[in-house]
Structure formats: structure tokens, C-alpha cells
Design a protein around this ligand. Structure first.
Ligand code: IPM
Ligand code: MN
Length: 352
């Protein structure tokens, strides 16, 4: 019996989560696993009504869960940063979800802006460190608001943090068993402290994985290669900031924000899964947003919980819907409503 926390969050979050839960239910019927949902209403509306963002007591409750499914964070009436830091980043940090796992896979029938590349070329995974680097919040202002103002934002890189991320990436590459190739993405030509640590750690850990090929690319170059030769990549490991940037590029080449999902993983603790598309306020309540990213987030969650067969069923169903049904992944242009897409995927999950 899995205990799953559900945070629909802001905007279209609740619409896409509703569809993901539909698919979860279908998967549980055919795969015979049981779960219980615990609903949480954290997000912009609650913050505006009560002033509460995410209390520490909620974090303590989350520790008792098996996983969390998150919809979207970001409210047009709340200053940017408050909810992102107060909810999303707080959960990542407090639950020590040190891996951000982002599959970049072009499904059949999905439009990619990359000419002459297809599903056989675009299928890789980015393992992003999720608790350190520039996201650690180290720094501050001096003489703020004056002409002499100084702002410092430091990238914190620990041996332990880099090593556990790199080790996870090697294990993941082995288990994925495709090209068995892991690429470190960094900036060793300029960030000669941070990525020296990363590169040394990478090379040391690599010795324990003689079956995995290794490679290195600077972050600027990898932006080029993701577009020009995406087929070169199997698994990519990188730090928090670079991972944030290159995974939006990855999302675009796999068809956009309507399809991209990710996991915030603590392999020894509680992990959280989310569509990475944001809250899309202008589409809220219209039943036009694409729920496939949230459905894929539920798939990642089930795979993480060990329900590999349920995950396989969901992915197969999503691929059938992208290849045979949807006109586009864009909100309002799918040819179906949000709930119709959820129904189609749920039915296909039950069929096969
Ligand atoms: C992501 C998002 C977040 C991040 C924001 C919303 C704080 O862009 O998950 O990639 O920067 O990590
Ligand atoms: Mn991002």
C-alpha cells in the first residue's frame, strides 16, 4: 500500500493532476497495487488567503509518504520566487531530493523543432544535482540599493554532493542499459574550482564502472550538441544550474512543456515527481491544457516505486496517444480536451 502525497499547486496544476490520478487508478487496477492519496492545497491561493506557504509540520508529514506528485507552482498575484523557493525548493532541500531526473525522449508523432531528427535520435536522460551549486542560497548584498551595491551568489559544491549525484548517474546508466555512456557536463575551462571537483570525482567513480563509457562536454557546447547531434547522448550528469538550463533545452527538443516530466529523487527517502511545464495561468480552468507531462510524472513515480510494468503500460499508452490521436501538444490545439486525453490514456493503460 503506497501512501502518495498530492500537491496540485497553482493554475492548471489541478487539472493535469486530476488526469494523472485517473491514469494512476487505471494502472493500479490492471497491475494490482494499492495506494492511498493524501491531498495538500499548498500554493498561491492558500498563501494569498492565509499567508502560509509550506509549514515545517507539512515537511514532517511528507517524510511519512512513499512519494509526492506535484502539479505546478507559480501564481500571477504572487511575486516570483516566493512560491518557488517556499514550496518547490524547500521540499527538494528538506527532503534531500538530491537528484533531478529528466528524461528527454521524443515520442512518435510529436513535433520536434530539430530538422531531420526523430524518436530514434532523441532519447537521453539528464541527471541534475538538485540541492547544491548556485541553488544553495549562499551569498548576499553589500550596500544594497546604493551605487556601490555588490551582490554575491556563490556556487556551493561538496565532494559528498557531487559524488552521490555522479554515483547515481553511473548506476542509472548501467540500469538503463542503452549505450551505457555517461557524459559529464561542466565548464572546466572557466569554473576551475567547482568543475575540477566534479571532474576529479567523476573520473574516480568511473573506475568502479568499467562497463560504462565516459565522456565530457562543456555546458555551452552541450547546448550545441543537443540541437545538432542529440543521438550522441545516453545519460548526462551535471550540476544544479547547468542542469536547470540544459533540461529546458531538452524539453523543447522532445516536444515542449506539454510532455516533459521530471523526478526529484532521494534514493534513500521520499521523492517527488512533477510535470516541468509550470502553472499556465492563462489556460486555468479551461480544460485545454495538455496533461501528458503530469501523466508521465506519475509514470516516473510508479517506476521509482518499483511498479515497472505499470510504468511501461503508461508510457506505451502515452506513445499511442501522441502518435495516433493528438494534433499537437499545445494547449487548445490537441484536438481533444484535457479530460479526454486523460480518458484515452487511462483506457489504453487498461487495454495493454
Ligand atoms: C525547474 C524549475 C525550478 C528550478 C524553478 C521553478 C525554481 O525551473 O524545476 O527546473 O529552477 O529548479
Ligand atoms: Mn528549470
Amino acid at each position: 500500500m503506497y501512501k502518495i502525497g498530492v500537491i496540485p499547486g497553482d493554475g492548471t496544476g489541478s487539472e493535469v493532476i486530476r488526469e494523472a490520478l485517473k491514469v494512476l487508478e487505471a494502472a493500479s487496477e490492471v497491475e494490482n497495487f494499492k495506494y492511498e492519496l493524501v491531498h495538500y492545497d499548498f500554493g498561491g491561493d492558500r498563501y494569498l488567503a492565509t499567508g502560509e506557504i509550506l509549514p515545517d509540520s507539512a515537511i514532517e508529514e511528507f517524510r511519512q509518504l512513499d512519494a509526492i506528485l506535484l502539479g505546478a507552482i507559480g501564481h500571477p498575484d504572487v511575486k516570483p520566487g516566493i512560491l518557488e523557493k517556499g514550496i518547490l525548493l524547500k521540499i527538494r532541500f528538506e527532503l534531500d531530493q538530491y537528484i533531478n531526473l529528466r528524461p528527454v525522449k521524443l515520442y512518435p508523432g510529436v513535433y520536434t523543432p530539430i530538422k531531420d531528427k526523430g524518436p530514434e535520435d532523441i532519447d537521453f536522460v539528464v541527471v541534475r544535482e538538485n540541492t547544491e551549486g548556485l541553488y544553495a542560497g549562499a551569498g548576499g548584498f553589500l550596500k544594497k540599493g546604493t551605487p556601490d551595491e555588490v551582490a554575491v551568489q556563490e556556487s556551493i559544491n561538496t565532494r559528498k554532493g557531487a559524488e552521490r549525484c555522479i554515483r547515481y548517474a553511473f548506476e542509472y546508466t548501467r540500469e538503463r542499459n542503452k549505450e551505457r555512456k555517461l557524459t559529464l557536463c561542466g565548464k572546466t575551462n572557466v569554473l576551475t574550482y567547482a568543475f575540477d571537483l566534479w571532474e576529479r570525482t567523476f573520473n574516480e567513480v568511473a573506475k568502479e564502472y568499467p562497463d560504462i563509457k565516459t565522456d565530457y562536454a562543456h555546458v555551452d557546447a552541450i547546448c550545441m550538441w543537443f540541437v545538432k547531434n542529440p543521438e550522441w547522448f545516453d545519460v548526462v550528469v551535471t550540476d544544479n544550474m547547468f542542469g536547470d538550463i540544459i533540461t529546458d533545452l531538452g524539453a523543447m527538443i522532445q516536444g515542449g512543456m506539454g510532455i516533459a516530466a521530471g523526478g526529484n529523487i532521494n534514493p534513500e527517502g521520499v521523492s517527488m515527481f512533477e510535470p516541468i511545464g509550470g502553472s499556465a495561468p492563462k489556460y486555468t480552468g479551461m480544460n485545454v491544457i495538455n496533461p501528458l507531462a503530469a501523466i508521465s510524472a506519475a509514470q516516473l513515480m510508479l517506476e521509482h516505486l518499483g511498479q515497472k510494468e505499470a510504468g511501461r503500460r503508461i508510457e506505451k499508452a502515452v506513445m499511442k496517444v501522441t502518435s495516433e490521436k493528438l494534433k499537437s501538444l499545445a494547449a487548445g490545439q490537441m484536438g481533444y480536451s484535457t479530460s479526454e486525453v486523460g480518458d484515452m490514456v487511462a483506457n489504453l493503460v487498461k487495454e495493454g
